[in-house]
Design a binder for this molecule. Structure first.
Ligand SMILES: O=C(O)CCC(=O)C(=O)O
Length: 265
């Protein structure tokens, strides 16, 4: 248990873990983004969403990495499932901002017991639009988000300005392989990327298996049981997708993927 990070999370609503993922796997994640963009030529790179991961073995391999699950387990316990994951990859020059928001306002979860890990694939710095948080706002109730017409905001909606004390915002500066953790209620966002370097991160939403994903059409497209036991009657989970040469991006260990599986329901 990393007491310092957990204490900071309890006080401020976020924490940072350095050097979590090795350079080889980060490099594969970066290649994965390029591969996904080739497969989905109409998509902006900020919009690589969880619907793309249902049949993608590398994506599941990445979010199931033991080092990430060990961190998630510090916050939500040892029975860990995935709710969602998205790459938010801001290209140089015109990378879009993520306006101020609280994640929990968007999510069909009961209860709102969930933690987000954000894995830096590129250096993530103020100049290329790193994530920004307002410490302590995890204690605010979830607010209604409002549409932001015009298409320039990754989420398409945001909090009202008068609810946000942007002067208190803190930049989360990360190097590739670092991970930040944030609370579903914390007010956060990120600026546009007007620099000459890409800013890519993978956001990963982990839930304990006691949290229900409320959906009319289970299983949810990114509901995977990743560690421990499912709780009967709560969620349906997807099988871990097998690797098929030609259909998927090759990755270290793909020939023996997936590992022997536990019950998925
Ligand atoms: O990647 C970003 O800039 C924002 C990420 C975010 O809002 C999130 O992970 O909840």
């Amino acid at each position: 248990m990393s007491r310092i990070e957990k204490a900071q999370y309890d006080q401020d609503g976020y924490a940072i873990y350095r050097d979590v993922i090795d350079a080889g796997l980060v490099q594969e994640a970066s290649a994965h983004v390029d591969w996904l963009l080739q497969q989905n030529p109409g998509l902006r790179p900020e919009q690589l969403h969880n619907n793309l991961m249902t049949h993608d073995p590398f994506w599941v391999r990445l979010v199931a990495d033991r080092r990430l699950l060990d961190i998630a387990a510090e916050y939500i316990g040892d029975d860990v499932a995935l709710f969602a994951s998205h790459y938010i990859c801001k290209p140089p020059g015109d990378g879009q901002p993520v306006l101020w928001h609280q994640d929990g306002s968007y999510w069909p979860l009961e209860p709102m017991d969930v933690v987000t890990l954000w894995l830096a694939v590129d250096p993530s710095l103020p100049e290329n639009g790193c994530m920004r948080v307002i410490p302590g706002t995890q204690h605010m109730d979830l607010q209604q988000m409002h549409a932001t017409p015009g298409g320039g905001n990754v989420l398409g909606s945001a909090m009202e300005d008068d609810k946000v004390d942007a002067d208190r915002a803190l930049d989360l500066e990360l190097q590739p392989g670092d991970v930040s953790v944030h609370h579903p209620n914390i007010v956060h966002g990120s600026n546009a990327n007007t620099s000459t370097t890409r800013r890519c991160g993978l956001t990963i939403r982990y839930i304990p298996t006691s949290t229900r994903i409320v959906t009319d059409n289970p299983p949810f497209p990114s509901a995977f049981l990743l560690r421990g036991q499912a709780m009967p009657g709560i969620n349906e989970y997807l099988p871990w997708p097998p690797y098929r040469a030609g259909d998927h991006m090759p990755f270290a260990g793909c020939q023996v993927w997936p590992p022997p599986q536990r019950s998925t329901h």
